[in-house]
Write a protein that binds this ligand. Sequence first.
Ligand SMILES: Nc1nc2c(ncn2[C@@H]2O[C@H](COP(=O)(O)OP(=O)(O)OP(=O)(O)O)[C@@H](O)[C@H]2O)c(=O)[nH]1
Ligand SMILES: [Mg+2]
Length: 333
Amino acid sequence: MIQNIFLFKGNLENKFQDLKDLNIYCYPDDIINSNEKILVNKIIKEYNQGESNNSQNSNHIIISKPVAQFIKNLNMYTACINNIIIIGLIFDEEDNPYDYKETFEELMYEFINIETDYSFDDEIEVDNLLISMFIDIRRFGDEVIEKSPEIENFYQKDSFYKIFLFGLDEVGKSSLVRRLKTGRYAENYFSPTKKFNIEYIQEKEKLFSVWDMPGQKVFRSKWLKGIQDSNIIIFMMDLANQRRFDESKKEFWNVINHPELKEIPLLIIGNKIDLFNYSKENDGEQLNTLKSEISNNFSFDKIRNREWVFLFTSVKTNFNIDNVLSTITHLLS
Ligand SMILES: Nc1nc2c(ncn2[C@@H]2O[C@H](COP(=O)(O)OP(=O)(O)OP(=O)(O)O)[C@@H](O)[C@H]2O)c(=O)[nH]1
Ligand SMILES: [Mg+2]
């Protein structure tokens, strides 16, 4: 788990040559300061050797490759920005900093927004940056790297399952997870998911970890990083948004054809049925017609070598939500 985060800010002209001009910020503990010349020198040595032919274009952020270093019992991971800033993470001794590589790089780009030309001039800005990054990295570690203790028992009992939940943006994935976990629903409760949203849901003697994927296009290439060891796949679509059926179908088949998901049971959810005009009196018949239209659209008849079930739901009105968990349980048995 991450213990501390620090930031060195050097002088533009001489980079990190003169430690007098170096500002050092730490959060939450002041474990590094400019009196520790040897330590500080060792940390920045990596970056002063690097090629300095990167043009100093203030609108451009250049993040040099993060490096893992072990100095004075400090297990750290540092990266240099535009040759004048070094940001470092300090982990517990037994941690592997490379587990955090992707998140670390992503966060740096996210926080240091290129448009606003992040200057690091304001101390409060820097403090805020460090605190936000610290919290995000710790949260990532808790969710992705470390198993929470409550889960250990389930591992032993062999009743712990991973659910991979994907689909286009705004189909209602995060809303479904919240509904299943808390029974609650609220309109526009979530902003679009940006990282894997991992929630644990207990159903009788089983514990499910639901990996709710971010659906926006920019994040879809990351889906494949979340699929390993999945026991069930859930694909969700927005029934009312037929203009996006082609896009949705394409993403569905991209994932389903992935070799790692071979033979894994599949639940397909057509959500937002509340927005669909069907009369309550003969909804059974109308739903059947709708279901075959959708099956044709998405070519579900081509699904091979796996068990699969299609369900209509409305996360909003709670329609069929009880059946989601029971269908998952059925598919696992
Ligand atoms: N009418 C209706 N709206 C719903 C339903 N389920 C979710 N919504 C709404 O759909 C919108 C998107 O919901 P989210 O749960 O954030 O969607 P998501 O699939 O997680 O989206 P990404 O995180 O971007 O992938 C929100 O405004 C929800 O309130 C439903 O069953 N019916
Ligand atoms: Mg979401």
